[in-house]
Design a protein around this ligand. Structure first.
Ligand code: PRX
Length: 605
C-alpha cells in the first residue's frame, strides 16, 4: 500500500473530540456515541481481496479517520449541502468518506466502482458534484482495476469537477492530474477533531442512483433521521443483531444494501461490520465460508445469484469450514428460488439458522418485508419474504386501482402509509418522483413489483411489473440499454427484454432490426453491442444474446408488444396470449425460429 492508511490511525488524537450528545446528529449516532462507551470495539473488519489479510478498525480509529477526512474536505472547499461523489471499493476510507460527508453536512453520492466512465460522468453531472473521492487502483478477484483512470476519463466530461481526492489502495503510482489531491497525505496534516454539523432531520444525507423503467438513472434522496432510524431498527430486528455479533454483509458499498447494512445500520447499532472487497469465488468457491470461519461471522447477508453459483460447486466447499458462529442467513436483491433457499438453509446453515429473504429497494431505504427471527417461533417458508416490518403496511392493488383485501391473490405491491426510511425525492426532479411512485395509484407508494399474498397472508414477491430487469441483483432499465443500442450505426430499431438466467436470475436479450445494407451480421453486431454496453453502462449490463430480426412484433398502432417477446425468450412461445392486436403474425413466427437457432447455437458452443 502506498501511504500507509494505518499510520493515520496511529497518530492518535480523538480524545476530547466528541459531537454533541443530544443524539440527534447522524455521525454522532454512528461514531461518537460508541467511542464514549467502547472506543476499542472493532467497528470495521476490512476483508481484503486476499484471504487472511483482514484489517480491523476500532470506533476510535474510525472517528479519527472520519474527522481528518472531514477536515480535509472542508479545507478543499467542500461546504454543507455540496454533493461529493465517492467512487471506491469497500474499504475503511470509503466508509470514512461517507461518514465525513455526513459530519460536515455534505451529501454523498456513492457510485458503484464497477460502473463505466460514462455512467460515472452522468452521475457526477446530475449530482453537480465538484468533488470526487476515489482510489488509485482497486483489487478484486486477484485483478487490478484501474479506478483512477476511469475517474479521469469521466471527469473529462465534467467541467464542474474541481478536485479528485485519491487514496492509495496499492503501491502503483498513477498519472496525476491538476485536480488530484493525495488523500492520506492531506489527512495526516489535519486535526483529528471535526465538530459534527447540526443538521435538520429532513436534510439530505445521500443520493444514490438507480435505474428506472424510463430515462436515465435517478438520484434517490435519503434524509438524515428517518433513514438512520430505519437502518438501525431493521438491522437489529431482522437479523436479531446482538451486541457482540460480527455482521457480514457481502454487498458492495455502491448499492443501497451496502449503505444500509454494511455501513449505517451496523454502525448506528455500535456493531462490528465486515467490508468485503473480494468475490465469492476468489481464490476458490469456499471464500465466503472460509471468511465466516476466520472472522466468526454471526449474520451472513448475501445475494441469491452468489448462492446459485456456489451451490453448483458442491457442498464440500462449504463443509470444509466451521460455520458454527452463524446464527442468521440473509438474502437480498432478487427472488431466491427454492433450490437455492434449501441449499442455503440445509447446507450452509445446517438447518440451524433461519433464512431471512428480505424484500426492499433503493427507494425504501431499508428492509420492508422479511421474516423476523427476533420473533421466536415465527414461521418461515422457503423463498418468501413473509411479513411486513414494523410500520410497513403493504397493499395489493389491481390494474384498475382497487385495493385487494383478500388472501390468495396477486397484485401490484404498494405501501399505504409513509415510513421513516422512504426516499424523499429524486434529486432535482421531484416531478419524476411523484410520477413514478405516487401517481400510478393515488394515495399509495407504488413499488414497481408484483406480489402474491398467500392463503395464510404471507407475501411472496413475483417480479417487476415494469421494464426493469434484475441481473445478479443489479437493477437495469431496459430503456437505458435500448438507448445505447439504438445509437449504433447499424441499428434501425431494438427491444431489450429480460430472460431467465440460471445463475444471474435474469440476463439481457436484445432484439434488433438492422438498417438496410448495414453490412452487419448477428455475430459482428453481438460483439460490438456487448462491448459498447459494457463501456457505456457496466460489464454486468452486457447482453448475452443479440437476435437480428426483420421486424419486431407490434400492435396495429405501432407499439412494440414486449409481452410477446418476453414469452419467446422465456421459451413459452405456445403461451403468447391474445394476439388480436398484432399487426404481423409471420414476424412472430420468424422471431420464434430465430430465437431457437440462437439459443441452440449458443448451447452447442
Ligand atoms: O424487484 C425487487 C428486487 O430488487 C428491486 C430493488 O432493487 P434495488 O433498488 O437495486 O435494491 C436491491 C437491494 C435492496 C425490487 O424492486 N428485490 C429486492 N429484494 C428482493 C427482490 N425481489 C424479490 N425478493 C427479494 N427479497
Amino acid at each position: 500500500m502506498g501511504l500507509p492508511v494505518l499510520a493515520l490511525w496511529e497518530l492518535g488524537g480523538t480524545e476530547g473530540c466528541s459531537g454533541n450528545e443530544t443524539g440527534l446528529s447522524f455521525p454522532v449516532n454512528c461514531l461518537d456515541r460508541h467511542v464514549h462507551v467502547a472506543p476499542d470495539k472493532v467497528a470495521l473488519i476490512w476483508e481484503k481481496d486476499e484471504p487472511g489479510e483482514e484489517v480491523q478498525v476500532t470506533y476510535r480509529e474510525l472517528l479519527e479517520l472520519t474527522c481528518r477526512l472531514g477536515n480535509t474536505l472542508k479545507r478543499q472547499g467542500v461546504k454543507r449541502g455540496d454533493r461529493v461523489t465517492i467512487y471506491m471499493p469497500p474499504c475503511p476510507l470509503a466508509v470514512a468518506s461517507m461518514l465525513a460527508c455526513a459530519r460536515i453536512g455534505a451529501v454523498h453520492a456513492v457510485v458503484f466502482a464497477g460502473f463505466s466512465a460514462e455512467s460515472l460522468a452522468d452521475r457526477i453531472q446530475d449530482a453537480q458534484s465538484e468533488t470526487v473521492i476515489t482510489v488509485n487502483q482497486g483489487l478484486r478477484g486477484g485483478k487490478v482495476i484501474e479506478l483512477k483512470k476511469t475517474v479521469d476519463q469521466a471527469v473529462k466530461q465534467c467541467p464542474g469537477v474541481k478536485r479528485i481526492l485519491v487514496s492509495m489502495r496499492t503501491d502503483s503510482k498513477v498519472p496525476m492530474t491538476a485536480l488530484d489531491v493525495l488523500l492520506e497525505e492531506e489527512m495526516m496534516k489535519e486535526d483529528a477533531c471535526c465538530e459534527p454539523a447540526a443538521m435538520d432531520s429532513e436534510d439530505m444525507l445521500f443520493l444514490l442512483y438507480t435505474s428506472g423503467s424510463t430515462g436515465k438513472p435517478k438520484g434517490l434522496v435519503h434524509s438524515q433521521a428517518g433513514y438512520l432510524l430505519f437502518a438501525a431498527l431493521t438491522h437489529k430486528y431482522v437479523f436479531n443483531y446482538q451486541d457482540r455479533d460480527i455482521f457480514g454483509c457481502v454487498a458492495d458499498i455502491g448499492w443501497i444494501t451496502g449503505h444500509t447494512y454494511v455501513v449505517y445500520g451496523p454502525l448506528c447499532n455500535g456493531g462490528t461490520t465486515v467490508l468485503f472487497e473480494s468475490t465469492p469465488i476468489h481464490p476458490n468457491p469456499g471464500r465466503y465460508w472460509e471468511t465466516v470461519e476466520r472472522l466468526k461471522i454471526n449474520q451472513f447477508y448475501g445475494a441469491p445469484t452468489a448462492i446459485r453459483l456456489l451451490l453448483r460447486y458442491g457442498d464440500e466447499w462449504v463443509k470444509k469450514y466451521d460455520r458454527s458462529s452463524l446464527k442468521v442467513l440473509g438474502s437480498v436483491g432478487e427472488p431466491i428460488n427454492k433450490e437455492a433457499w434449501e441449499w442455503y438453509f440445509h447446507v450452509v446453515g445446517e438447518t440451524r439458522c433461519p433464512v431471512v429473504d428480505t424484500w426492499w429497494q433503493t427507494e425504501t431505504g431499508g428492509i420492508c418485508i422479511s421474516p423476523r427471527p427476533s420473533n421466536p417461533g415465527a414461521k418461515i417458508l422457503p423463498g418468501m419474504a413473509m411479513r411486513p416490518f414494523f410500520g410497513i403496511s403493504p397493499s395489493l392493488l389491481d390494474d384498475k386501482g382497487n385495493v385487494l383485501l383478500e388472501n390468495n391473490i396477486s397484485g401490484a405491491l404498494c405501501i399505504s402509509q409513509a415510513w421513516p426510511g422512504m426516499a424523499r425525492t429524486i434529486y432535482n426532479d421531484h416531478k419524476r418522483f411523484l410520477e413514478t411512485y405516487l401517481t400510478p395509484y393515488p394515495g399509495f407508494f407504488f413499488t414497481g413489483d408484483g406480489v402474491y399474498r398467500t392463503s395464510e397472508g404471507y407475501y411472496q414477491l413475483t417480479g417487476r411489473l415494469d421494464d426493469i430487469i434484475n441481473i445478479s441483483g443489479h437493477r437495469l432499465g431496459t430503456a437505458e440499454v435500448e438507448d445505447i443500442v439504438n445509437h449504433h450505426v447499424a441499428v434501425a430499431e431494438s427491444a431489450v427484454i429480460g430472460y431467465p438466467h440460471e445463475i444471474k436470475g435474469e440476463g439481457a436479450y436484445v432484439f434488433v432490426v438492422l438498417k438496410k445494407d448495414s453490412g452487419y451480421t448477428q455475430e459482428t453486431l453481438t460483439a460490438e453491442l456487448q462491448e459498447l454496453i459494457s463501456k457505456k453502462i457496466a460489464k454486468y449490463a452486457a447482453p448475452e444474446y443479440v437476435q437480428v430480426t426483420h421486424r419486431l412484433p407490434k400492435t396495429r398502432s405501432g407499439k412494440i408488444m414486449r409481452r410477446v417477446l418476453r414469452k419467446i425468450v422465456e421459451d413459452k412461445a405456445t403461451e403468447l396470449g391474445d394476439l388480436t392486436t398484432l399487426d404481423d403474425h409471420e414476424a412472430v413466427q420468424q422471431i420464434i425460429e430465430g430465437h431457437k437457432l440462437l439459443v441452440e447455437g449458443w448451447k452447442s458452443c
